[in-house]
Design a protein around this ligand. Structure first.
Ligand SMILES: Nc1ncnc2c1ncn2[C@@H]1O[C@H](COP(=O)(O)OP(=O)(O)OP(=O)(O)O)[C@@H](O)[C@H]1O
Length: 496
């Protein structure tokens, strides 16, 4: 039998007496791309953090190339060839690619080498990935996708035999995703094994050889991708048959010209935007479609008072308004779920409860006193409706899994009295079940006469879910569609 790269048996790990992994098995073979899936909070990150020495296991065994192993730090694991490519990239933007590739190695006492020599030595690692970037370039001039390639090259320079890619396609354009998949195939052909964490099940069918599904602390399915299907994976993740639709056709809300728009932009310009006009009518979900960097997020930021207008006007309920800050936007009934949820949407050291209630303080405060039971019922409702996996409403959000943090940000916005919600990629990093719940809640929200502007990098979502879609390109609105639904292919063609 071929020797396995990693063979983990009956792994256990808990935090503060709260078991997360109760009996997890995981086998990784050489040259294999192995997907790790499970609902938000299932323990995917915890498992890889046990394998790379970031956390210490409470029980179970791990063998690396047939040898029992126990790493007490990521550095130790790295020395044995296990490298993580994190979602939050760990490169130093002001340094060159070559400097970044060898950064951790010089810390290990390698003889100092000249810049030119370092650039010469870096080049083959980039070439091995088949990417055409100059090692002299500064990392800050690279796209997110290119930065990820530098992270991978850095791991190769450290002689990685196992790479962990955590949500690698998040924030990548379609072209970059294709490039990434080519790189993954190259790595595979060089015998490198890859652990691939993602919520995009169709990516798994496309790029992974095997899948392990975690649920309730256990491995519930280990299979070759060729022997399974998306439906089977979803059922294993949820423990039940579920609605696995990837589109959300809704009842179209016909625009009623007699109604006053909840929000209107007329000829709005900023440093990044040029003459943007759009309307949000009561009951409507407005979609913004465009390639990465097209200006979709900038439109939301201009509305939310994060960037000053250099021209044009914003109207709320038909009246011109000036929105100079998020606070002023919230006062006018506009709230936003930002794309960068950890840094912009949450106070990490505050509890789930404080984070959810932060934006609705006035609604639940009764003169000088906070109405505690009203607050608790809003928080409980949010936890239940969105399925936030937490030990309780007092748990600090820092210790929630990435997807559950996102749910708290969404819960916080939905619990306010906002009439218009700006949702910037709200379903990114969210498991398929929670996605469905979020779409349902947004539906209910607009059915009450509210409005939503929705940005998503998944064209199938925008195409099927929105009443009106504006296509954004280079900071301008270039097209508008009101026929519903639009297919992913139609929308993709429109944004090019
Ligand atoms: N340092 C910690 N302290 C306390 N609890 C933690 C800690 N790290 C993780 N947890 C808990 O362990 C559980 C699993 O989290 P983990 O991040 O491994 O999930 P995940 O499957 O990666 O989720 P996601 O898909 O949302 O990224 C969560 O309930 C989380 O709150």
């Amino acid at each position: 039998m071929a020797q396995h790269v990693i063979e983990a048996r009956n792994l256990q790990k808990g935090f503060d007496n709260n078991p997360v992994l109760k009996g997890v098995n995981f086998t990784l073979k050489a040259g294999e791309v192995h997907a790790l899936v499970g609902q938000n909070g299932a323990g995917k990150s915890t498992l890889v953090k046990l394998l790379n020495g970031y956390h210490q296991r409470d029980g179970g065994t791990v063998q690396l190339f047939g040898e029992p192993c126990h790493f007490s730090s990521p550095r130790e694991a790295q020395a044995k060839g296990i490298a993580m490519v994190y979602q939050d990239l760990s490169l130093i933007p002001s340094l060159s690619i070559a400097d970044n590739i060898f950064l951790t190695q010089s810390e290990h006492g390698n003889p100092l080498i000249s810049n030119r020599e370092r650039e010469r030595q870096a080049a083959p690692f980039l070439t091995a990935l088949g990417v055409n970037i100059d090692p002299r370039q500064k990392v800050e001039s690279l796209s997110v996708g290119e930065q990820q390639f530098v992270e991978i090259a850095k791991a190769l320079a450290m002689k990685a035999k196992v790479l962990v890619l955590d949500e690698p396609t998040a924030s990548l354009s379609n072209n970059e995703i294709n490039e990434l998949f080519k790189v993954v195939n190259k790595l595979k052909s060089q015998g490198i094994a890859i652990i691939y964490i993602t919520h995009y099940l169709s990516d798994i069918m496309r790029i992974c050889d095997a899948v392990t599904v975690l649920r309730d602390g256990y491995t519930v399915l280990e299979t070759a991708t060729a022997d399974t299907s998306i439906d089977v994976l979803v059922e294993a993740m949820l423990g039940k048959k579920a609605n696995t639709q990837l589109t959300w056709a809704r009842q179209v809300a016909p625009a009623n010209a007699a109604q006053v728009p909840l929000l209107e932009l007329r000829d709005v310009s900023t440093a990044m935007l040029s003459h943007v006009s759009l309307k949000v009518m009561p009951g409507q979900v407005i979609g913004l479609a465009g390639l990465l960097g097209s200006g979709r997020t900038e439109i939301l930021e201009a509305i939310y008072g994060l960037t000053p207008l250099t021209g044009g006007e914003i109207f709320v309920n038909g009246k011109p308004v000036s929105i100079a800050s998020p606070r002023s936007a919230i006062e006018k009934g506009i709230n936003m779920v930002p794309e960068e949820r950890r840094s912009q949407g949450l106070v990490l050291d505050f509890s789930v409860s404080d984070n959810v209630l932060m934006a609705s303080f006035e609604r639940i405060s009764n003169s000088l006193f906070l109405n505690k039971s009203k607050g608790a019922s809003i928080v409980n409702d949010t936890i239940k409706k969105l399925g936030v996996k937490t030990t309780g409403m007092e748990q600090s959000v820092r210790f929630l899994s990435g997807g559950n943090q996102q749910k708290v940000v969404i819960g916080k916005c939905l619990s306010t009295d906002a009439k218009v919600l700006l949702l910037d990629d709200p379903t990114f990093g969210i498991d398929i079940n929670a996605k469905y719940e979020i779409m349902k809640i947004v539906n209910q929200y607009v059915a009450q006469g509210n409005g939503v502007i929705f940005v998503s990098s998944e064209y199938a979502e925008v195409g099927s879910f929105c009443d009106v879609i504006y296509v954004v390109n280079k900071g301008r609105i270039v097209r508008q569609f009101s026929e519903q639904p639009m297919s992913e292919e139609q929308l993709l063609a429109a944004v090019q």
